[in-house]
Design a protein around this ligand. Sequence first.
Ligand code: NAP
Length: 296
Amino acid sequence: MPDLYLATPASPSLRAELDRRFTVHDKDPPPTTRAIVGGGQLQLGAEMLERFPTLEIVAINGVGYDGLDLDALRARGVRVSTTPDVLTDDVADLAIGLMLAVQRRIAANDALVRRGGWKAPLGRHASGRRIGIFGMGKIGAAIAARAAPFAREVLYTARSAKSVPWRYLPDIAALAEESDVLILAAPGTAATSHIVDAAVLDKLGPAGVLVNVARGSLVDEDALVTALWAGTIAGAGLDVFADEPHVPEALRSMEQVVLAPHQGSATAETRAAMAALVLANLDAHFAGEDLPTPLL
Ligand code: NAP
């Protein structure tokens, strides 16, 4: 059976299916490795790639690929697949949930009641807000569709304007300026690194809420902590962080911040659908067929 490197842990059912098809290594992968499976955070740079001279395919169990050196993989002719579409609704649902949880103090009030408390500070109006979305791809569009029924206006930016009914703004600074809630739904790339900095948070303003379901790298976390402490923005809902699983103590200590441990796609249904796509791509590759969901 071909050697496969399982770079990040898989569910027991995915692991069992991989074991039926491959000799699976979850550490010390041999140079004869022909396939790698990893989550959206898989790190595979040019140097590490040299350890795998016979690598043929990288099957990402997710849609993020910011840790992959795509140029090096392309140069080597390595195929890459992701699991698009099946996770879009879950990530969009979580974005809306985080937004509501921050504005209506859902997490803070849950903790309050569990402590035996009852008298809670007031939250903030969630309806009738201007909701700005950074990235209008699959997830951004799904967030917009959910946000529109109760937003005053949905706004967005991306690298180019789309055929969508929402107002396009030229950049994230303009988007933050006009938004009450700024939701991040763009990939982690060199161009988006720390794109949410002190200046953008300043434009979002003291009633503003930041929601990040994209990648931690999009946000200057130190600037975010400073803005939250100073009241430059009102709150934040965060599913992703700069250095996961490390979450700065400052963020953990603030009750206007709602935290999730990178749960965007974490439902039983979606994780099963993602696993099925990982297997479908591997099966297609080793049968010499086109990949169902190729990235490269
Ligand atoms: P997608 O369909 O490829 O959409 C990405 C969007 O981001 C596009 O509209 C793109 O604009 C925009 N974009 C890319 N670079 C940009 C830049 N420099 N400036 C402005 N906009 C930019 O991807 P998706 O499926 O919606 O996923 C988006 C991201 O969500 C993923 O890359 C991943 O990092 C993250 N994610 C997180 C979780 C989680 O568990 N929290 C789960 C899944 C995905 P153009 O169309 O104009 O190029």
